[in-house]
Design a protein around this ligand. Structure first.
Ligand code: DOR
Length: 432
């Protein structure tokens, strides 16, 4: 047994901010002491830092199985831990697709060696083709709680209705529930588009995806939540219209949650003028009006959580011309600092969006996003909100380097991360 003391910092959680050292035990994985001047076998310096519940990312692409050159579960978990995440929900668009208990088992087994908890999601439909349901009941028995065809949205209205109705009957029996998460994109409208449709797509001569390609599916799925009474989670919202609809639907009492990605509250479609494919993502970077709406959606609670949509791609694919390169950008190692820079919110609100709010949506709130108190699972991030650093794709723990923030100076860094009592990041570096 090794105990570790996080010393000299303050604590920030859902109960507010206070001073205190924290001692964790790697054998039980629990917080065993909180208070002044604590001692342990090992010490982590937390001077100028805040000890917070570890972050939970509802949306990461780990690429294993199938594209291990871009990311593996282990390398993605290192990136997650460096970003302060102690749990991530893995998206199912692997090769083969996570629509099947065998593939989900493989991901879970590989996740055993990871530096954070790997919670697999699974596809709503076989092959993410939107026509036949995946074996949802079996997958729920395995531990899956989130279903999504992410990468694409479920196009067929009746199929979406049936998926929600079927999922409504699935009760895990452990106090958690099942949620269907939607990548909102009407393919017929976005087809041929490689960026947001607007002034910049016209100027650059690139095919556009209108905001309405997202908004029509948000509108439909709000209607579906009303029709079926089933929970819907909206992934990576990117438009002002989507935020307005979700705000109204929540005010009307519908069981809806939503996430937004850091790039959608920090970057606009103007970035694509560089023709640098690191700015290509689905849904695409939108206008400054949309960016402002995503920020206010997060600030007023319309959007519950920050989720990175961490989407690693190898350099050879991202070096292709903009219209041919795959969409997606890294997010795990920059999420906290981008949120601090762009949201102008109290740090406690930002940690809420990164930690206990997403933990609840993912059904991970028994062990993640817990108050920093004796008896809680020791899943913790120790963050220095003032530390300045310059983003470098080459220095990231991810196997890929496709960050849209290359060379940007940010403030706010994760100094240490503790996962189930184990120090997985010390002084900014993964320990294994
Ligand atoms: O930009 C994206 N990249 N959007 C998605 O929905 C999928 C993701 C990926 O898997 O690369």
């Amino acid at each position: 047994m090794t105990t570790t003391a996080i010393k000299g910092g303050r604590i920030l959680d859902q109960q507010g901010e206070r001073s205190g050292d924290v001692v964790v035990d790697d054998l039980t994985g629990l917080i065993v002491q909180v208070g002044p001047d604590l001692k342990a076998d090992r010490v982590l310096d937390a001077a100028n830092c805040l000890t917070t519940p570890g972050f939970v990312d509802l949306h990461v692409h780990l690429r294993q199985p199938g594209n291990e050159a871009a990311e593996t579960i282990l390398s993605g978990s290192r990136a997650a831990a460096k970003g302060g995440f102690t749990a991530v929900v893995a998206m199912p668009n692997t090769t083969p697709c996570m629509d099947d208990p065998a593939v989900v088992s493989q991901v879970m087994d590989l996740g055993e060696k990871a530096l954070c908890q790997i919670k697999p999601s699974a596809a709503i439909s076989l092959g993410r083709h939107g026509t036949e349901l995946s074996p949802m009941a079996e997958l729920v028995e395995q531990g899956v709680r989130m279903f999504t065809d992410d990468g694409t949205g479920v196009q067929d209205d009746l199929f979406m209705r049936r998926a929600l109705e079927y999922a409504a009957g699935l009760e895990p029996g452990d106090g958690t529930s099942v949620v269907l998460a939607q990548h909102c994109e009407v393919d017929a409208l976005s087809a041929g588009g490689v960026m947001h449709e607007g002034e910049w797509s016209s100027k650059l001569g690139l095919g556009g995806q209108p905001a309405e390609a997202e908004e029509l599916m948000v509108m439909r799925d709000i209607a579906m939540a009303r029709l079926t009474g089933m929970r819907v989670h909206f992934q990576h919202l990117s438009t002002a219209g989507s935020v307005a609809m979700v705000r109204a639907a929540k005010a009307g009492g519908l069981p809806i949650t939503a996430e937004a990605a850091p790039h959608h509250f920090s970057l606009t479609d103007q970035s694509c003028a560089t023709y640098n494919a690191n700015f290509k993502v689905h849904p695409p970077l939108r206008t400054s009006n949309d960016v402002a709406a995503i920020r206010s959606g997060l600030l007023d609670g319309t959007i519950d959580a920050i989720a990175t949509d961490h989407a690693p791609h190898t350099p050879d694919t991202k070096e292709l011309p903009f219209d041919q390169a795959p969409p997606g950008m890294l997010g795990l190692e920059t999420a906290l600092a981008v949120a601090i820079k762009e949201l102008g919110a109290p740090l406690g609100d930002i940690v809420a969006m990164l930690s206990w709010k997403p933990a609840k949506i993912a059904g991970l709130d028994a062990t993640h996003g817990r108050p920093v108190q004796v008896g809680s699972q020791a899943n913790l991030a120790v963050i220095d909100p003032h530390q300045a650093w310059v983003v470098s794709g080459a220095k990231m723990a991810s196997n890929s380097s496709n960050t849209p923030f290359e060379g940007v100076e940010l403030k706010g860094k994760v100094r240490h991360t503790v996962f189930n009592g184990e120090v997985v990041v010390e002084n900014g570096e993964p320990t294994r």
